[in-house]
Design a protein around this ligand. Structure first.
Ligand code: ATP
Length: 373
């Protein structure tokens, strides 16, 4: 049975990274059946409406083993179905420096961490509303809190609800510990760090920390530590190589994984995979880069590395390793780089160089193992 992969190119500049990535994937001649969708605006036109486009995406996702997604600005649907519909609760965002990456740090050698972001809860549940609704409720801890604060009983403003549950925290922390174990088997440190704002948000983030601590005890072979999120942010920038696997609630994960990408050289280098019990999808951690759309200069490394995570998920670890090694080689040679990495090459030229390096490694199997830190 071939593996069935849905390709959703996304919006703005994202499709410019997806097209050559798909071309490279096809050149690997793996037993994969691709279902390709058009880019956002074209998809809406072709399917008649945003709703019909979205439904077609959901049907294809249901029939697939996995999805490779370009970023969306909202025109392309499907992302909420991939997350909440498929319950992909662990967003894995690796940050690994390779020689040739334009890091702003003096000593980026040794940066090799993975942020595991809880992907379904926290403020991302989108429960927002008028504050007046809260003050109209019968006496609860929320309403008594409002009257104690410098707000009158009919405050004009909005609220957003942050949700942290025991179950979701347990499963994402277990995921992080299992990942640390796998990395330890490949030479990693076997360390899980938890971070949240548990000193201020004692109830919600406090619960995240408490459950993380308890769950990590199930893994005596894995070292565990924790930092308040502002302290963690400082440490991440000052000395990122001290971290291995870091687990955190949704919003902090979104912000800090961009910061982590900054330590190795930017958003163009940051892949991601979102994993559930029975489905996973893959996309770069960056957005649609609208400011550089149409110029063929978007750095496709994040998309290529996301495709590598996808190949690993589908069982082709050796091919994923070869792809990563090919990317590493192109950066080490430094001849064909996109502008964000100090080069002047186009997206397609960069992908061609990576493709040549992959095909070359097929002919010279001794050169395929990526150097792990
Ligand atoms: P989102 O909120 O969806 O994450 P965003 O608007 O915060 O998106 P991005 O689209 O990620 O931001 O872009 C932020 C900046 O980084 C932009 O200047 C963009 O051009 C740049 N950027 C993002 N990804 C890449 C890439 N792959 N290659 C080069 N530049 C990139």
């Amino acid at each position: 049975m071939p593996k069935r992969v849905v390709i959703i190119p996304g919006d703005d500049a994202a499709p410019e990274a997806m097209a050559p990535t798909l071309d490279l994937l096809k050149s690997l001649a793996l037993d994969i059946e691709f279902t390709e969708f058009p880019i956002g605006q074209d998809g809406v036109k072709q399917y008649g409406s945003r709703r019909d486009f979205h439904q077609a995406l959901c049907r294809a996702i249901d029939q697939s083993d996995t999805t490779l997604f370009g970023s969306t600005n909202g025109t392309t649907g499907g992302i909420s179905y991939l997350r909440w519909g498929k319950q992909t609760y662990a967003n894995v965002r690796p940050t690994r420096w390779l020689p040739g990456f334009q890091s702003p740090l003096k000593q980026p050698e040794g940066i090799d961490l993975v942020i595991v972001r809880e992907n379904l809860e926290d403020l991302y549940m989108g429960i927002e509303g008028d504050l007046g609704v809260l003050s109209a409720l019968p006496e609860t801890s929320v309403t008594s809190y409002l009257t104690k604060k410098p707000l009158d009983t009919t405050p004009v403003g909005k609220f957003a609800i942050k949700v942290i549950t025991v179950q979701a925290t347990q499963r994402v922390v277990r995921f992080a510990c299992e990942l640390a174990r796998k990395r330890k088997a490949r030479g990693g440190r076997g360390l899980v760090t938890c971070t949240s704002k548990y000193n201020m948000l004692r109830s919600s983030d406090g619960l995240f920390r408490q459950v993380a601590e308890e769950t990590a005890r199930e893994y005596p072979d894995i070292e565990y530590n924790q930092y308040i999120v502002d302290d963690f942010a400082h440490r991440l920038v000052a000395n990122p190589s001290q971290f291995d696997v870091v687990v955190m609630p949704n919003l902090y994960g979104d912000l800090l994984s961009d910061a982590a990408a900054g330590t190795i050289g930017g958003l163009g280098l940051a892949p991601s995979g979102c994993y559930g019990e029975s489905y996973a999808y893959f996309e770069s951690a960056h957005g649609t880069a609208p400011d550089i759309a149409g110029r063929n200069i978007i750095n496709p490394t994040a998309t290529l590395l996301s495709a590598g995570l996808m190949l690993e998920y589908l069982g082709w670890q050796d091919v994923a390793d070869r792809l990563e090694a090919a990317i590493a080689r192109v950066y080490a040679e430094g001849q064909v780089l996109t502008p964000d990495q100090g080069g002047s090459s186009s997206t397609t030229d960069f992908c061609r160089a990576v493709k040549d390096a992959v095909l070359d490694s097929e002919r010279r199997p001794g050169r395929t193992t990526p150097a792990r830190q």
